[in-house]
Ligand binder design. Structure first.
Ligand code: SAH
Length: 253
């Protein structure tokens, strides 16, 4: 069983690669797919690049070329729902493309010919990721150090589960995030890749899960918040989450 770990950011990818004792690089479609082991588990680790098409292509190559049996996406996202704050973690239960609209031929948000707007994440993997996240966030100082916790006000981060929405836009003003909140009141957070990978995995019948750390609130401060968070905090969350989750899997016999 080989698991794909897909990261959206260089920083997250390099933190994971540093923990792989045996990675081999395979270059496909201009991307580096790193094949090896993490915590004794066979993995392919790759940078998706940003946006839905880039992420869908990466997922397809993982499934066709590397025959991975599950894909886990780790990255950052903008918080949308009230109470989804910077430093919190969102584990997706369902994923939707907020910029897809073939109405009136198909209902708004529905992916034509699939009958779905909301693609389900794998329950078992998501449950396990959420449990690991709760454990890690119980002690943010152990995870990030006192200075980072103080600088970013991350003393009491929370784990949320629910709808994650994706689109080809970095949502970085209050008006746009308010429009999304109105249109999709149950959306917890917004990012640019997850729902595309969920659609590809649905078509292939392969389990998929997404865990995102909130880097910003998708508002007028989003760009600055995002940049600082990615530079200092994001990779620590990603590495700790993926590492602790892989440690829960039964080691291959
Ligand atoms: N302006 C940024 C663009 C990065 S895109 C820059 O200077 O680098 C943001 C990445 O983080 C995407 O991969 C997306 O999935 C995620 N993300 C974080 N916050 C987001 C937001 N507010 N809106 C959309 N995507 C967001």
């Amino acid at each position: 069983m080989t698991i794909a770990i897909v990261a959206a950011m260089h920083e997250e990818l390099s933190a994971l690669l540093a923990q792989m004792p045996d990675e081999q690089r395979v270059r496909v479609a201009g991307r580096d797919f790193w094949v090896g082991h993490l915590r004794g588990q066979a993995v392919v680790v790759v940078l998706s690049r940003i946006g839905k098409v880039a992420a869908a292509l990466t997922a397809t190559v993982l499934l066709e070329r590397f025959q991975v049996q599950a894909i886990v996406f780790t990255g950052v996202a903008g918080g949308l729902a009230p109470g989804v704050q910077v430093g919190d973690v969102v584990v997706a239960t369902r994923l939707l493309q907020h910029d897809l609209d073939a109405s009136p031929i198909f209902p708004k948000y529905e992916v034509p010919l699939t009958g779905h707007a909301r693609f389900a994440a794998d329950t078992e993997i998501s449950d396990s990721l959420a449990a690991v996240a709760v454990g890690l966030l119980a002690d943010p100082v152990a995870l990030l150090g006192q200075k980072v916790v103080d600088d970013f006000a991350l003393a009491t981060p929370a784990v949320h589960r629910g709808l994650l929405i994706s689109g080809d836009r970095f949502v970085s003003n209050a008006a746009e995030s308010e429009t999304l909140r109105r249109a999709l009141p149950d959306a917890l957070a917004v990012e640019m890749e997850g729902a595309a990978v969920a659609q590809v995995c649905h078509d292939y019948g392969v389990p998929f899960a997404a865990v995102r750390t909130i880097s910003d609130r998708a508002d007028d401060e989003a760009h600055g918040d995002f940049t600082r968070f990615v530079a200092v905090v994001a990779s620590r969350y990603s590495l700790a989450l993926v590492d602790a989750w892989l440690a829960t899997l039964t080691p291959p016999t």
